[in-house]
Design a protein around this ligand. Structure first.
Ligand code: UD1
Length: 352
């Protein structure tokens, strides 16, 4: 298969390129080499076209003969403040819209889209076996160290449960809003053009080649960078908040499976390891494997954070036969000493 891979020079894109080529596919690699992700004026890797997905003529030059597009190019992170909104809208929303229109011109009808768990906002919570929508944590609760969601009826702590793909969607950040917009544009395009889209909702991704910490980084890069500097990972809240850390090699394997097995119209699939882990445990595994200082649980909190978000990996297994191969215990221990991508922080992502 001849695959157009956008964001091919990025952390996730470069692992996908390797996986596709190892499986015998031909990859046409493109990347904008955004300074926020690659440092200022970084050249594209050999064989990668320096190309902006918002440029229709440039896309028209690479799309003829492409069987499927794997769209990873995006501004990532959560967004630092409202000034980042145009960058998410421009690169992620507009970029996807321009790409979909170009795919239609080229007659390309298969898309695999990088989406994210952040489209759900808060995860799934239960009380006494029934699903309960949590009312949200107040600043007073968080200041008092009451980190768990509470049942509005009884005041008791809610238990987390795994989130399935049909859960309500509640984007809470600029990034989340743009990922959901990408899904919506892609779903509408699939219907209008009789095409197929598989949107892979990644959980917390980590692995070798991850960029070191910037204000746009997730917690794995932050903890790993602290250890590289000889400092203790600083664990917020009480460290018992749950996530699922999925290795970048498994993300690449899920993309390969999705490209090789197109599903009906628009299908969203969680991509997770299936081994939920607390943030405190992540810090502990990384510190121990790195031989660094023990983590410090600080009790700090960020008002935008969700408490628990853990995906059910069942649907990806059922529809694609995909199951992650790397457990967090193995993968995080390996990541504790794996090389990070050195990055010169350049501030907010440019959008014009
Ligand atoms: C992260 C990403 C999100 C991505 C999603 C799924 C960011 C900012 N968030 O969301 O874009 O789509 O995974 O892959 O990139 N924490 C600490 N210490 C720190 C920093 C964070 O304990 O120094 C805690 C936070 O309070 C939170 C948890 O770690 O409870 C996870 O934080 P983070 O990785 O930033 O965000 P996610 O909500 O998991």
């Amino acid at each position: 298969m001849r695959v157009l891979l956008t964001g091919a020079a990025g952390f996730i894109g470069s692992h996908i390129q390797q996986a596709l080529e190892r499986a015998g596919h031909e990859v046409v690699a493109i990347d904008l080499m955004l300074a926020a992700a690659h440092g200022p004026e970084a050249p594209a890797p050999l064989g990668t076209h320096h190309l902006d997905v918002r440029d229709p003529e440039a896309l028209d030059s690479v799309l003829p003969g492409i069987d499927a597009v794997c769209h990873q190019a995006a501004v990532v992170g959560a967004g630092v403040n409202a000034q980042d909104a145009p960058a998410y809208a421009s690169h992620n929303d507009l970029g996807t819209a321009v790409l979909l229109a170009a795919m239609d011109r080229a007659g390309c009808r298969r898309l695999v889209l990088a989406s994210s768990m952040v489209v759900y906002g808060e995860g799934c919570y239960r009380a006494g076996g029934s699903v309960v929508a949590p009312p949200g944590r107040t600043t007073a609760d968080l200041r008092a160290g009451r980190f768990e969601h509470r049942d509005p009826a009884t005041g008791g702590e809610l238990e987390w449960a795994t989130v399935e793909e049909n859960a309500p969607l509640h984007p809470r950040s600029l990034y989340a809003a743009s990922k959901l917009a990408q899904e919506h544009y892609a779903a509408a395009w699939a219907t209008a053009t009789d095409s197929t889209v598989t949107a892979l909702r990644y959980h917390n991704v980590y692995g070798d080649g991850m960029p070191r910490d910037t204000p746009y980084s997730g917690v794995a890069a932050i903890f790993r960078s602290a250890l590289a500097a000889g400092a203790a990972p600083r664990v917020f809240e009480d460290g018992r908040q749950m996530r699922d850390f999925v290795h970048v090699r498994d993300i690449a394997a899920a993309n390969l499976a999705a490209l090789e097995q197109p599903l009906d119209r628009f299908t969203a699939l969680n991509v997770a390891s299936g081994h939920p882990v607390s943030i405190g445990a992540v810090a502990g595994i990384l510190s121990a494997a790195h031989g660094g200082p023990d983590p410090v649980v600080t009790g700090e909190f960020r008002s935008g954070d969700v408490r628990h978000i853990v995906a059910s990996p069942a649907r990806a297994r059922q529809l694609l036969g995909f199951a992650a191969a790397v457990t967090p215990e193995q993968g995080l221990a390996e990541f504790a000493t794996a090389p990070l991508r050195e990055l010169v922080a350049v501030g907010a992502p440019a959008w014009r």
